[in-house]
Design a protein around this ligand. Sequence first.
Ligand code: ZN
Length: 310
Amino acid sequence: MNNDNFLTCPVYSNRFKEQEAECIKYPYDKKDKNVPNDIYFCGNCGVGIAYPPLSKKQLEELYFNGEYWDDSKIQLITPNSFPGQYVLSKSRWDFFKNGIKNNIKKSWSILDVGAGHGFYGMIAADDKDIDVVEYCAIEADKALKESLAKTWNKNNFKTKLEIYDSTEKIDKKYDLIVLSHILEHVLDPKSFLENVSTYLNDGGTLLLGVPNKDYLFKADVFPHLFFFSKKSIEILMESIELNVKSICFYGKDAQKAKKDNIFAYCVEVFFYKARRIIPKAFLIKFYAWRLKAFYENNNGTWMRALAEKR
Ligand SMILES: [Zn+2]
């Protein structure tokens, strides 16, 4: 009798034996859900695979029934209301700008897949160095969509805003596609990336963000399905006609991030509670320091990649 179980790498599609792969427990700190038990690492490209995988139905319930954001309030989206997310978006935007320094086009159109609060669009629309003609947000969450539209009107941005539930409704191509903390959530990252890159102009740029080794420091990584290494991202991108321009890591050391400084944590709790009345510039400085969002560090908690379509 053969008891071998095989796993398929989502990057290379090579199959490997479960028993021979490096494996750790899937960090999860609640009890009420059907979640993966383990993470298996592909010996070839280093990607971690959550196992057993979530079903399509589970994912749909999570992302399309508003379970993920868990906030049905229509509200103005400001740096003060979501300081952490604003600072992270800003640091990734700066990473993108640095990477295209010698190639600033006259005008940009942006497609943000899984846009969330839409901070990339707002930061881009506000950026004096780059002319952004259009920002298209792909977001399924109803409250987020309405909040973004409301915020856009309030700010009077010149950049045109489009919002869709999914990429299926798009009938054109963009100069920049933002894929920020999405790839680790999808069932088939390769075909997902392949599909997304069809909306990219030739020579267009892809800005990708994924967590780096979050299984080392998070008590709960649900609902992440994949844990990408630098090598796996390189292979994945190159396999679908994207030229990797740069891959960098940012943030605190992933190895040490588990041990938080209690004092800094308490200050953060205070800042978060008082965030709406703290001056924006000060609040942002604090969060940038706290998250180390702009701090390049080879062992950092975030991986950021820029690629160009061939
Ligand atoms: Zn692999």
